[in-house]
Design a protein. Structure first.
Length: 440
């Protein structure tokens, strides 16, 4: 194919990833009148009914994998590639898959450095006067330990590189801060937990307040800000226990009034896109700001450069309009032409996990009850860590299913999601019942 499909032609799409985010994106893309064939690589046990799961490795990003994806796209007329996870974006997969007649939804490696390199991101925020926590960056473990020992106020220690969402350690004391540096960077007895991702650390002041997630589609110049969400990272009820990839989220959050959201768009999102453009970097894709609502106003904790998981799932449940057209417009720099709106109801997403997560857990456990859970028309179950084995749906990850429910109020949405999640059965299954409770 030498040219992209015309404005009325069907679009074959390939979604790279295997989680609940990718299932939700495929579910929404399938609703477009222009959606042709839909492929998932590798997909999961829930994506197969929407399209075709294909064995196309994309990690690591290397010539062999890129060539295989490119060949598959040419053979199957794929004109839109959607890259879900952060690692391949940061390693330049979007750059390498660009081809005549093919759009790639996701930022280039230079733009994805916002997520892949926290030291780079922090430097850009300071230079662009974006509200954020005070911080220092270290490549020398001794210097980092010495700085941590002198801090009187609590700090957060972050691995600068990609660490699967687990490279952030919140500390209360100087001793804990030093221990965090040792864990990330290593000490005299062993190397750091996160390898190369922990070679550089960012030590920043610990902010207090409620955390929110604000995501926007960005086409290089134009932004379309999505409704704000609140994620729940800690594994146990009441926001206790170790951090995870995300135990649930709801959307929209009442924590942000319209004027505050406008402030975040102006002072965080627009300034970031402009700062990148001044450096010759055009951002196209999803820009995700994780923010702390402090007494002094909203401050950016970090940037991600893709849809959050599980924030994506409630966003897709509430999004009204054509996601396929919006992604194409984002790639083409025509986001100002897109017509998107929101279901006025609230969506609560509850993540059903494997016993032991975020530590060790078993795989291959039979799953039942999904059809019963999704019997309510306001409930959709997105698959995350699932697979089909000999005709049986089984667990294949720590975060197994995302149960999403719509309700007129957050309380109603939460109750529906919890009731549906209880109908899902596999050995060791657990979930938090308090997603959204902190604002009720």
């Amino acid at each position: 194919m030498s040219n992209p499909p015309g404005p009325d032609d069907p679009v074959n799409a390939l979604i790279l990833g295997s989680g609940g985010r990718e299932h939700a994106l495929g579910w929404k893309l399938k609703q477009s009148p222009r959606c042709g064939e839909l492929f998932f690589a590798p997909g999961n046990g829930g994506t197969e009914p929407l399209g075709t799961n294909v064995d196309l490795p994309f990690e690591p990003v290397n010539t062999k994998n890129v060539d295989a994806i490119d060949y598959f796209c040419r053979q199957n007329g794929v004109s839109l590639v959607v890259i879900g996870p952060e690692d391949p974006l940061c390693h330049g997969l979007a750059d390498r898959l660009q081809a005549p007649g093919r759009r790639v939804f996701g930022p280039t490696a230079d733009a994805a450095k916002l997520e892949g390199d926290k030291a780079f991101s922090k430097k850009l925020m300071h230079a662009a006067s974006i509200p954020t926590a005070d911080a220092k960056t270290f490549t020398n473990p001794d210097a980092a330990r010495a700085y941590a020992e002198t801090r009187e106020l609590p700090v957060v220690v972050k691995a600068a590189g990609l660490a699967k969402g687990k490279g952030v350690i919140v500390t209360d004391t100087a001793e804990e801060a030093v221990a965090a540096v040792n864990e990330i960077m290593g000490d005299d007895t062993q190397g750091g937990t996160f390898g190369d991702a922990g070679a550089t650390v960012v030590i920043e002041e610990r902010l207090s307040g409620q955390e929110v997630s604000v995501l926007a589609l960005v086409d290089g110049r134009n932004l379309f800000v999505l409704d704000p969400c609140q994620d729940h990272k800690q594994v146990n009820e009441g926001d206790t226990g170790p951090n995870t990839g995300g135990m649930g989220a709801y959307c929209p959050t009442p924590l942000l009034e319209e004027d505050t959201l406008t402030e975040i768009q102006r002072e965080a999102l627009v300034r970031t896109v402009d700062a990148l453009r001044r450096d010759g970097v055009e951002f196209k894709g999803v820009l995700y700001a994780g923010l702390m609502l402090t007494a002094g106003g909203p401050k950016v904790l970090e940037f991600n450069t893709r849809f959050g998981d599980p924030e994506c799932q409630p966003l897709m449940m509430r999004l009204k309009g054509d996601l396929l057209e919006a992604m194409i417009a984002t790639c083409d720099g025509r986001l100002d032409e897109v017509d998107l709106s929101w279901d006025p109801r609230v969506c609560c997403c509850v993540v059903v996990c494997s016993g032991g997560y975020p530590g060790d857990y078993r795989k291959g456990l039979p799953i039942t009850g999904i059809d019963e859970a999704a019997s309510d028309p306001d409930v959709t179950v997105f698959h995350a860590g699932t697979a089909m084995k000999k005709g049986q749906l089984v667990t294949n990850g720590g975060r197994v299913l995302n149960v999403c429910a719509l309700g007129d109020t957050l309380k109603e949405a939460q109750q529906k999601a919890n009731a549906a999640a209880k109908k899902v059965v596999f050995d060791g299954a657990f979930f938090r019942t308090d997603i959204g409770s902190r604002v009720m």
